[in-house]
Design a binder for this molecule. Structure first.
Ligand SMILES: [Zn+2]
Ligand SMILES: [Zn+2]
Ligand SMILES: [Zn+2]
Ligand SMILES: [Zn+2]
Length: 442
């Protein structure tokens, strides 16, 4: 047992784990714009042999060669076809395990470590999942092509490796939180999920950092939770995603609280002076007692169905005109803090940004802040980045005082989720603050 003296207090914002990936693969859609080694975007040059992967410079190419040499010739033969990311990462795992990687230990405390074989594979569940088996069979044939003369493990062994990848694979995120690569991190795999996490994973390049977002008496990994999924979803959606991908039923405090679902679907109280998130299946507002008329309930049901339909259709691509059609119809019916209104605003911000409609982006981003705070919690990188977006837009629109205020909020959050030594904090945010301060001093 650990002695009391050794139990060090963990404070919100402390980094409790730093880890390099066991293996990782840049998502193929970024291969011509990001370095296959360090993942940095910018001017990249292709490998002259395979012409498939790109590097920012010779140093990155050299560093990458130890892994790339085994795939370079096969990638060349495959030619212009895109190799599935999953096949590429599987081949890297196999090669790594064959060259001593099976003994690699990644420590998450001074004395506790994990090896690849310690990761959960959910072998039994996967074996009975027809879709997964089909996927793996397809990957197997790509693997044989990719690995040529090297030995591709038999299906059962491959299933064990694939299972560990599916269950433990991390999306490596760029500073804007876009998933740019997939990586396997051994030590962090000890961390369980909660929809109400007390720690957060962020990345500096390929390096993974876990920061505590709550104070803790001491470091106990059995009590540390990160979120594996997007929290801007209903408990049913979250549980579905978790059981599909991680094979467990979430019983976190948020998933078992019926009030959670009521609030997410909350309607507006007919009493103008009441701000309660009303359960529209009841006859009265539970706070002020005002009756809910059938007309009000019908309007609610109609708008809710319309909103859900459009959100479903916009899963791949968001459309500003559709969001702009839904949002006014939600007014006075869907509660402003209901999940569906917040999700519509989120889609509106995304589409306004992609269309470079800065006025719309700013308007919707400001409205989105309280919703993000509610669903993601205060110490979440997405909330921090939303404040950065708002501050940037306000700077360009000339609202310098407001920009300064919102950037200060961003600093508070990013300091906890990323730390002061992260590039996002010490470069991006600091430069932005200097610009704002300069504008204010003019
Ligand atoms: Zn590079
Ligand atoms: Zn190559
Ligand atoms: Zn949960
Ligand atoms: Zn009420």
């Amino acid at each position: 047992m650990q002695s009391k003296a050794k139990k060090k207090l963990i404070k919100r914002g402390d980094r409790i784990l730093t880890e390099k990936p066991f293996v990782y693969v840049l998502h193929s859609k970024y291969r011509k714009e990001r370095c296959d080694n360090c993942l940095v975007s910018g001017k990249v040059l292709k490998c002259s042999n395979c012409q498939y992967v790109y590097y920012c410079n010779r140093a990155c190419q050299m560093q990458s060669w130890i892994m790339h040499k085994s795939e370079c010739n096969s990638l060349k033969k495959i030619g212009s076809r895109i190799v599935p990311d999953a096949a590429r990462i599987l081949s890297k795992i196999i090669i790594k395990l064959d060259s001593g990687g099976d003994l690699t230990k990644s420590y998450y405390t001074e004395t506790s470590f994990r090896r690849f074989k310690d990761l959960m594979s959910h072998y039994a569940e996967l074996k009975n999942d027809a879709k997964r088996v089909e996927h793996l069979e397809a990957l197997h044939s790509v693997l044989c092509e990719l690995m040529e003369d090297k030995i591709v493990p038999n299906m059962s062994e491959l299933m064990g490796i694939y299972g560990r990848l599916v269950t433990n694979g991390f999306n490596i995120l760029d500073p804007e939180m876009n998933a740019i690569a997939t990586g396997i991190y051994l030590g962090v795999s000890v961390t369980d999920h909660s929809c109400k996490p007390n720690a957060v994973a962020t990345f500096e390049g390929t390096e993974l950092h876990i920061h505590a977002t709550e104070d803790m008496e001491y470091l106990d990994w059995s009590k540390i939770f990160i979120s594996y999924i997007d929290l801007l979803n209903t408990p049913e959606q979250r549980r579905q995603e978790l059981s599909d991908n991680y094979f467990f039923l979430c019983i976190c405090s948020k998933c078992i609280d019926p009030q959670e679902t009521v609030e997410m679907n909350g309607g507006v109280c007919p009493n103008k002076n009441c701000s309660e998130m009303v359960n529209m299946s009841l006859n009265n507002c539970s706070k002020c007692g005002t009756g809910i008329s059938p007309k009000h309930r019908n309007a609610y049901n109609e708008v809710l169905a319309l909103t859900k339909l459009h959100l479903e259709n916009m899963k791949e691509t968001t459309y500003l005109d559709i969001c702009k059609m839904c949002l006014p119809r939600q007014k006075g019916v869907l509660h402003p803090m209901s999940l569906w209104h917040v999700k519509t605003l989120d889609a509106a911000v995304e589409s306004a940004f992609s269309m470079e409609k800065w006025n719309d982006a700013l308007e919707f981003a400001i409205q989105l802040l309280p919703g993000f705070r509610k669903y993601y919690g205060m110490w979440n990188p997405l909330l921090g980045l939303l404040y950065v977006k708002v501050a940037k837009l306000q700077l360009y629109e000339g609202f310098f005082k407001e920009a300064q205020h919102n950037l200060k909020e961003a600093f508070k959050i990013i300091e906890i989720t990323h730390g002061r030594d992260h590039t996002l904090y010490k470069e991006t945010l600091t430069t932005l603050m200097m610009q704002i301060t300069y504008e204010l001093s003019k």
